[in-house]
Every structure is written in C-alpha cells, then in structure tokens.
Design a protein around this ligand. Structure first.
Ligand SMILES: Cc1cc2nc3c(=O)[nH]c(=O)nc-3n(C[C@H](O)[C@H](O)[C@H](O)COP(=O)(O)OP(=O)(O)OC[C@H]3O[C@@H](n4cnc5c(N)ncnc54)[C@H](O)[C@@H]3O)c2cc1C
Length: 471
C-alpha cells in the first residue's frame, strides 16, 4: 500500500488513484490508501450485486475498491415498512465498511460516481473529480424510479428506492394523519386520509396493503378523525396486479386487498398529478398523499459505456455479464439486461446476488486463464405480502397463499437480511407490532412543510380557516 500522505502527483503512475485536479488534491491525499501491482477491481455500488461480488473476491490475489454514494448496504425489500413506520432505517441497513471489515484486500470509499471513461479505464468520483483507474470494473449501481418522461411528478409523487426516500414517504404518511386531525372541512379531512399508490407490482401492493392495518393501529391516538376510515387507492395501468405471479395468486392478492378495503383500479393510467389530486383520464381523485411505484430506470452510468441499452436504460450484456467489446467491464443486477434459458432475468434481489457472484467468478477465471461461464438464473420463487398476515408464494408448480405463505415470507426476509443485529431487531419489531398493533417508529423528521397542503409555511396563520371547536 502507498502511504496515504504521498503527494498526489506520485499516485499518477500507479494503478488505483490518479492525480486529481488541484482543487481536490488535498482531499485525495488524505483519503486513499492506494492498492498497487495486483489487478485492481473497482466495484460501483454496495447493493446486492456489488457486495456479493466483493465478498467473492475475498481470497483472490486482487485489490478491490468498492465505491458507493451511501455508507450502507440497504435491504430494499423491507423499505416499505420503514416508509410506514413499522421498522427503523437502521433495521434494514448495515455499513458496507463493517460488512467488509475483515476482508483485507477490500477498500470501501463513499462517493458518487459521476463519470466512466471505458477507454482510459477510469471512473471519476464526486464533483471534486478524483479519479480511480481500474483493471476490472463491476458496475452494480442499481436503478431509480421512472416517471415515463414526467419527471416533474416526482416532487408530488415520490418513489421508494433509498433510505432517504423512505424517510420522505414516512414523513408524508404520518403528516397526513396530523393534518387530517386539524382539517377544517370534511373534504379536506377526507383528502388527507386518502392515499393513492401508483403501480400494482410488489412494491405498490405491499405499500397499499400495509396502510389500512397501520392506520388502524393509530385509532386510539386521534380525537377528530377515525383512522380506520382511510381510503387507499391502488392504480395500475395494466390489466393485472403482481403480473409476475401466476393468475390464481393474482386473484388471491386482489381478494386480500379487497378485504383490506383497498380500492384496486386496473387499466387506470395516471394522466396528471397535482398537489391535491391525481387524475385518471378526466377523473379527479382528491388526495394529499401519492406514492409512486410504477416504473424503473437503470442507473445512467450504464449509458456511459458506449454499449447498447434497452428502454429502461439497462445495458445489454454478453452471456458472461461483460459489456460487448469490453471484457474487463461487467454489469450486474438491476443495471443489466440479460436472458437466462431464453427468458429475461427479473430485477430482483436474488438475480442481482447471482449476477454479482457470476461476474466475480468470471473475473477470477480470466485471471487464471480459464474460460468464462454464461450466467444462468436460478429462480428460487416469488413472494409478496399483503397486509398484516397474508402473502402469496410461487415456487414453480407449488403455489401458496394465506398464513403459510406469510410465515415463509417472514422466514425468507429474516434469512436474507445482512447482519445478525438486524435480524434480531426486525424479528423483535415484527413480534411487537403483531401482538400490540403498535408502530414503533412514528417519528416525523425533516422539513416540517405541509407537503401536498394548499397551505404553505409562508401563509399567515390567519388566512387558514379555523378548525371547528378550536379557540
Ligand atoms: C421498494 C423495493 C422493494 C423491493 N422488493 C423486492 C422483493 O421483495 N424481492 C426481491 O427479490 N427484490 C425486491 N426489490 C428489488 C431488489 O431490491 C433489486 O432488484 C436489487 O436491490 C438490485 O440490486 P443491485 O445490486 O442491482 O442494486 P441496489 O441493491 O439498488 O444497489 C445499488 C447501489 O449502488 C449505489 N449507487 C447508485 N448509483 C451510484 C453512483 N453513481 N455512485 C456510487 N454508488 C451508487 C447505491 O447507493 C446502492 O447502494 C425491491 C426493490 C425496491 C426498490
């Protein structure tokens, strides 16, 4: 390792970190212990794919640098429970640095990768522009939500991909009840108690299903509203919810949602989103809380490789997961468009894990002078939960629903959570919530604006209508 106090210009000659622009020089010199001589593998993203690849390279004769814009690995499948105050953010995250603490060949850097130069084999991190050179690159930067060209909707209808998103959804979710309690008119109250979720995939269904139960848990805490009367509307543009599941389970999910009083609207394409309403065609649904779970767009980093991408921005990779014409670059997880046994591989956590593993194994095979293997996806089954104790599960011919599927869902999610502390904590929170109906994380934090409200913070209080019965 190069001494971290080596002047920046000394780094330029070695693989690892190149000389940064003068403005960033001091910062770079202070941060980076530079790997030398051995092949340098840079991994972008510490999610499912990136972390799996890094761990597989543990005993390899390479230096690994993993760069992520956050300091944590995130278990996205339980994000909706953070957004609805069931779990705390720390229950489903773990510092990437901690996960790799015993891996001597791995260095973790927190930074936002802005540019990739595949010809120079470098990536540029953060605005300050320090540069890492690589011998091999594994891109695993995941996806964001897509608004199908209506990016301006994001402010009113946020999506759920990161812990920051979950904080924002939780703030809006909990604020809606507070605002309803203060509302001056019945219409305003009803609008605050109406939650619209756009998108009938697993995230939309799970969000929609958990809201009625969570609202019921609040019922004794409010005086002016009946929280059991929340209206939850799930808008799906296509003819089905949970399209990846077999027809029978889709019907079961629809029945479960109906029992939870979720209004499912199929073939309902959102045409307009406003602060106090969402439109399906000309129909106006008054609401102050809209959550977006309708589309995915791969990280824009993929487009910088000069390789073909699909409509969702995913890189069309070779069967070995490398980029066409660039065998030293692999793309995995939600960023990669790949088929296995003739079928497109879905954007799910097990697929990202398996791709991270295959990319690392192929990289090692190349170092050993062995041939690479094509990626094959092993589908271990699909699971989705609906509300407090219902779920559906599909394992090929075996299809389950109800309690059994729900227990399976609990078991699988606990099993795949990274970190013993997180597993114990989530189990305790779930048990507590199940038996007491209470939600442990009802914290409204962040900007205290009344999101979606017609009243802005700058509005003088006197212009708001008085709340009936309040002096
Ligand atoms: C709400 C939600 C629920 C889901 N539920 C399920 C489920 O129940 N079952 C299931 O199997 N799958 C589920 N998924 C999908 C699953 O989480 C993804 O398929 C999986 O996380 C993809 O892994 P990945 O490694 O490609 O990306 P991610 O896990 O998203 O990781 C990407 C990483 O890259 C980092 N990053 C991004 N851009 C940059 C940059 N420019 N510079 C540096 N770092 C960057 C991010 O911070 C992140 O850590 C869900 C996803 C969401 C959003």
């Amino acid at each position: 390792m190069t001494d971290i106090r080596t002047p920046p210009e000394a780094h330029a000659a070695v693989a690892g970190v190149d000389a940064p622009p003068a403005a960033a020089a001091d910062r770079t010199a202070a941060i980076v212990p530079v790997p030398q001589r051995r092949p340098h593998v840079v991994i972008v993203g510490g999610g499912f794919g990136g972390l799996r690849a890094a761990r597989l390279l543990k005993d390899a004769d390479v230096d690994v640098t993993l760069v992520d814009r956050t300091n944590h690995h995130l278990f996205q499948p339980l994000l909706y429970q953070v957004a609805t105050a069931v779990l705390a953010p720390s229950d489903i995250t773990i510092p990437i640095r901690y996960v790799l603490r015993r891996q001597r060949n791995a260095t973790v850097l927190m930074g936002d990768v802005r540019r990739i130069d595949p010809d120079a084999r470098t990536i540029t991190v953060d605005d300050a522009g320090w540069t890492l050179s690589y011998d091999y690159l594994i891109l695993a930067a995941g996806a964001r939500h897509s608004y199908f060209g209506k990016d301006q909707w994001e402010e009113v209808a946020p999506g759920l991909k990161s812990i920051a998103d979950a904080y924002e959804l939780r703030r809006r979710f909990l604020t809606a009840f507070e605002e309803a309690e203060k509302a001056a008119t019945q219409e305003e109250k009803q609008a605050w108690l109406t939650f619209v979720i756009v998108g009938g995939g697993p995230t939309g269904v799970e969000l929609a299903g958990i809201i009625p139960d969570t609202a019921e848990a609040f019922r004794k805490d409010f005086r002016r509203i009946d929280t059991c009367k929340v209206r939850v509307v799930l808008l799906e543009g296509g003819p089905k919810v949970l399209a990846a599941f077999p027809e029978k389970l889709q019907q079961e999910a629809l029945r479960d949602l109906e029992e939870l009083r979720v209004q499912v609207r199929l073939d309902s394409i959102v045409t307009r989103v406003e602060r106090d309403a969402v439109y399906v065609g000309e129909e106006r649904i008054p609401t102050r809380t809209i959550f977006w779970a309708a589309g995915n767009a791969a990280s824009r980093l993929g487009a910088q490789l000069g390789a073909p991408v699909d409509r969702a921005g995913r890189v069309l990779v070779e069967p070995d997961l490398s980029v066409p014409g660039r065998p030293e670059v692999f793309v995995v997880g939600d960023m990669a468009a790949v088929t296995s046994e003739g079928k497109p591989v879905p954007g799910v956590a097990p697929a990202a894990n398996q791709m991270g593993e295959r990319a690392a194994r192929n990289l090692l095979a190349t170092l050993r002078g062995q041939p690479r293997q094509p990626f094959t996806y092993r589908n271990k089954g699909d699971l989705a939960t609906i509300g407090r104790h219902r779920a559906i599960a599909s394992f090929g011919k075996l299809q389950l629903e109800g309690y059994l599927a729900w227990f399976l869902w609990l078991f699988v999610h606990i099993l795949y959570l990274v970190g013993f502390r997180n597993r114990v904590s989530v189990l305790v929170q779930w048990t507590y919530a199940y038996f007491t109906y209470q939600r442990g994380v009802r914290l409204i934090s962040g900007a205290m604006t009344t999101v979606g409200s017609t009243a802005t913070p700058s509005e003088p209080p006197s212009t708001r209508p008085p709340v009936p019965g309040w002096k």
